[in-house]
Design a protein around this ligand. Structure first.
Ligand code: SAH
Length: 257
């Protein structure tokens, strides 16, 4: 007895995995968060499938419905936006399902962080510039643990991807500036990455708050900050060692210059 938890991807129905789609098409019961998952994707379920929107349900209600249908021998699929592992609140479902002696199988999805990077045509890890990406959120009503304050994370001067932070840009700017980031640091905001109404806003720490306001972006936005988002990066000639002709690695012997 198990529940299938599948990543829907960021919005474009073609960005689900082949495996995720297969489970969705086989499902007798589909649950999804209606504000975030594309209806066009849900429409790929069998016409006979029972489709339930979860936005109005609380956790116990949702788990009870899932457990009930699974016990009836039905295939139940819970569709999560992006990848279920980041801000997906799947653990609380798994804990309750376990009490019903129901396990899960999780199928990953394309997270909005990667859809946003693709839209911005960015590489988040530029050789000699940064080799690290931090996935986090600004602290709002949901507290962030003490050792994960944005200012402390920003001390690494790596690429920072901010989920759930579109209304908290003032705070984001302050924390990054306090960590010593320059006002000119590039920021790319991608609103509704991979949806037809996707919008890309190129800004800097200095202008981020105002640019978010002018563009009316208050939700469903990924904020990517750091010099890897520099639009002029092409002129700066950062090169990966992997393709450097003097670099030897497992698959290729380097040439002596
Ligand atoms: N599990 C999801 C994240 C869920 S939390 C994932 O992997 O993408 C919801 C947050 O994700 C939003 O506040 C926003 O920051 C981001 N997000 C989700 N879909 C997005 C999209 N299509 N474009 C930009 N950001 C998105």
């Amino acid at each position: 007895m198990k529940l299938y938890i599948i990543g829907a991807g960021p919005g474009d129905p073609d960005l689900i995995t082949v495996k995720g789609l297969m489970h969705l098409q086989e499902a007798d019961v589909v649950l999804y968060a209606d504000s975030l998952v594309n209806e066009e994707l849900i429409a790929k379920a069998k016409p006979s499938a029972e489709v339930l929107k979860t936005a109005g349900m609380h956790l116990e209600e949702m788990v009870n419905v899932m457990a009930d249908r699974i016990r009836q021998g039905k295939k139940v699929v819970r569709v999560h936006t992006g990848d279920p592992a980041v801000y997906g609140a799947i653990m609380e479902q798994m804990v309750l399902l376990k009490q019903h002696e129901i396990g899960v199988e999780i199928v990953p999805g394309v997270s909005s962080v990667f859809a946003a990077a693709a839209a911005a045509q960015a590489e988040l890890t530029i050789p000699d510039l940064t080799q690290t990406v931090i996935l986090t959120r600004a602290e709002g009503r949901t507290p962030v643990p003490e050792f994960e304050k944005l200012r402390d994370l920003a001390n690494h001067h790596c690429t920072i991807a901010l989920f759930l932070s579109a209304t908290l840009t003032k705070k984001v700017i302050k924390e990054l500036i306090d960590a010593g980031w320059s006002k000119e640091t590039p920021v790319a905001v991608v609103y509704k990455a991979s949806w037809p109404d996707q919008k890309i806003v190129r800004s800097t720490l200095e202008h981020l708050d105002e640019d978010m306001r002018t563009n009316g972006i208050r939700k469903q936005a990924m904020i990517l900050a750091g010099w890897a988002l520099d639009q002029n990066i092409h002129d700066k000639n950062y090169r990966s060692k992997l393709y450097d002709k003097t670099f030897t690695h497992g698959f290729r012997r380097g040439m002596k210059e």
